[in-house]
Design a binder for this molecule. Structure first.
Ligand code: GDP
Ligand code: MG
Length: 163
């Protein structure tokens, strides 16, 4: 079966925007499994001749700082379990947050291949915003813009290379 790429990160960083750009109209119908969170959407994609499944996480709106972090943590754990490569998405506009650091610690411990995608780098003048994300410890962060469709190919290059 296809290798799995999962997208994780805080709410509002742009995970679903990127997911939709990657899958186009290839949304996968996945039956609910008891005991598994339904807060995940599966699609399929293909890049550089490699077919993969891709998972968007955290689609259910939740209120409250604690509840949000609980959900982000759970999605990161599930991604670590099931994914072959994890896209860890952060937001150039808000910069690095405590929640990002917490997710990064989980991902570092997992030893899974991680690609950091810095979203909302909407134009060239924001390129410098990516530098602080080197401190996460996953190597070169990939600047992207979901709303402008910038950098998606570079992100897929980096992810598929590690499958
Ligand atoms: P998710 O919660 O991580 O799935 O994030 P969404 O994909 O729902 O996006 C959250 C918000 O960020 C929405 O208002 C998007 O329109 C916006 N957004 C997504 N990508 C970009 C981007 O590249 N640049 C900017 N400026 N906004 C974006
Ligand atoms: Mg979403």
């Amino acid at each position: 079966s296809r290798p799995i790429i999962a997208i994780v990160g805080r709410p509002n960083v742009g995970k679903s925007t990127i997911f939709n750009r990657i899958i186009g109209d290839r949304l996968a119908i996945v039956e609910d499994k008891p005991g598994i969170t339904r807060d995940r959407i599966y699609g399929t994609g293909e890049w550089n001749g490699r077919a993969f499944s891709i998972v968007d996480t955290g689609g259910i709106e939740i209120d409250g700082e604690d509840e949000i972090m609980k959900s982000v943590r759970m999605q990161a754990e599930l991604a670590i379990e099931e994914a072959d490569v994890i896209i860890f998405m952060v937001d150039a506009k808000t910069g690095l947050t405590h929640a990002d650091d917490e997710v990064a610690q989980m991902l570092l411990r997992s030893r899974k291949p991680i690609v950091v995608a810095v979203n909302k780098v909407d134009n060239f003048s924001r390129q410098d915003d990516v530098y602080e994300f080197y401190s996460l410890g996953f190597g070169d962060p990939v600047p992207i813009s979901g709303s402008h469709g910038i950098g998606i190919g570079d992100l897929l290059d980096a992810a598929v290379e590690r499958l």
